[in-house]
Design a binder for this molecule. Structure first.
Ligand SMILES: Nc1ncnc2c1ncn2[C@@H]1O[C@H](COP(=O)(O)OP(=O)(O)O)[C@@H](O)[C@H]1O
Ligand SMILES: CC(=O)OP(=O)(O)O
Ligand SMILES: [Mg+2]
Length: 416
């Protein structure tokens, strides 16, 4: 029987999200499932059949040690659901699309073969904290589902257009080349989705669209887009650079590392044979950010009118300060030719308060916000306009981004 569906996988360090899509153009969602809290049991399962139906949530009794375990549990849940006739077994799958954060020099998605798999293993060392989970699942699919094509999509691919002076760090060029040290940039699957959706919303051609886009989730970044191409972005060699995240420091003076602990350069206790990480990487990626400041990773407890503590208030001001700094920077790099300022990602889509505070602080650049539009629910819209009615106000938009959809969309456009 011919395959009927496509599976998109978005694996993070503590969660695995999967979505099944039809093979139509554009693809339609069949089912969505995710397991979070893999590293902090009990793991939580969320499961939704098709769009518009209610979401089932449960705590999982079984112990899931790895992203592979979570992936297997999710597949089993979907394959055994009798009401999901499109996905009863791996035989029904035409492709598995994997989000891999760091794709090294790859400019585009690639099908997993011995050669591409080997290259990804090489660049895994550049971003072990971010690539490990995804590649564990790729390894499992290669072994256990060898007849289904695995296609890897990279967060870094969208930023291959960064000009040389933006992607180059001012260090010894020989060392930089030998060790592949440069700015790569991430969240590019999301930025592709945002760019296409916003261009359509503005009724402009993608290659004539200029944006300052923000993907604000537990990992957060911005991107300056000129004529449909990334010309700068706030993450760097790894997703640590730029804005603070839930547990990431974002930009700091690199020398801080040497003063933090005496052992910062040593291998971290969580290092394994497949994942070499130093204490410094662990501290700056997992023990910093707004959780280090406030104790919570949940930004909805921080972005509130009356923050519960001085620490929460400070965390909000820090995030806001770094954001407006980058907006100013990118506004200048785009020479003021900005079609829209776009908020996306869990925080960008849900925090009206952060949006209002940020836009009010960049009013000097001509952006304004409409209070009612900003507070309204998105209700299924991909893009909404929240700009103020002031004459000459620049556009401010919110885009509900969807990395799994973007992979499915690109896969079907390019391969069928
Ligand atoms: N109402 C809200 N206000 C502010 N932040 C929120 C709100 N709802 C969710 N968030 C934040 O969004 C984050 C999730 O964003 P998302 O882009 O889905 O995550 P991830 O980066 O893990 O893929 C949560 O960690 C939470 O901090
Ligand atoms: C690249 C990155 O930081 O991804 P996430 O926001 O999903 O952690
Ligand atoms: Mg994310």
């Amino acid at each position: 029987m011919a395959p009927k569906s496509l599976l998109a996988v978005n694996a993070g360090s503590s969660s695995v999200k999967i979505t099944f899509f039809t093979l139509e153009k554009p693809p339609r969602t069949i089912a969505d499932a995710q397991i979070s809290g893999i590293t902090a049991p009990p793991a939580q399962l969320k499961y939704t059949r098709g769009p518009g139906s209610s979401t089932h949530k449960e705590e999982l009794e079984e112990r899931l040690e790895t992203p592979q375990d979570a992936f297997k549990a999710l597949l089993k849940r979907c394959f055994t659901d009798r009401e999901l006739s499109e996905v009863a077994s791996a035989e029904d799958l035409a492709y598995i699309c994997h989000r891999v954060v760091h794709g090294g020099d790859y400019r585009d998605a690639v099908e997993i073969t011995d050669e591409t798999y080997h290259y990804l293993e090489e660049v895994e060392d550049l971003a072990p904290l971010h690539n490990f989970s995804a590649l564990e699942i790729v390894r499992m699919c290669r072994k256990e589902l060898p007849h289904v094509k695995s296609i890897t999509f990279f967060d870094s691919a969208f930023h291959q257009t960064l000009p040389e002076h933006v992607r180059t760090y001012p260090i010894d060029p020989k060392v930089a080349k030998a060790n592949k040290l440069r700015k790569y940039g991430f969240h590019g699957i999301s930025y592709s989705f945002i760019l296409r959706s916003v261009a359509a919303f503005l009724d402009k051609r993608v290659d004539q669209t200029n944006l300052i886009a923000m993907h604000l989730g537990s990992g957060a970044s911005l991107c300056a887009i000129r004529e449909g191409r990334s010309i700068d972005t706030s993450m760097g060699l790894t997703p640590l650079a730029g804005l603070p995240g839930a547990t990431r420091s974002g930009d700091i003076d690199p020398c801080l590392v040497f003063h933090y602990t005496n052992e910062a350069g040593n291998l971290s206790p969580t290092s394994t044979k497949a994942m070499h990480i130093s204490m410094a990487e662990e501290i700056l990626n997992k023990k910093s950010g707004w959780r280090a400041l406030t104790g919570t990773t949940d930004f909805s407890q921080i972005a509130v009118a009356e923050p519960p503590s001085a620490a929460h208030k400070l965390a909000l001001k820090i995030v806001e300060d770094r954001l407006v700094g980058f907006i100013g920077n990118y506004f200048v790099k785009l020479e003021g030719q900005v079609d829209a300022l776009v908020f996306a990602g869990g925080i960008g889509e849900k925090s009206a308060l952060l949006r209002r505070r940020v836009v009010e602080r960049v009013r000097c650049l001509g952006f304004t916000v409409d209070r009612d539009a900003n507070e309204a629910e998105m209700s299924g819209d991909r893009v909404i306009d929240i700009s103020g009615a002031d004459v000459g106000s620049r556009r401010v938009l919110v885009c509900q981004t969807n990395e799994q959809f973007e992979m499915a969309y690109q896969c079907l456009e390019q391969r069928r």
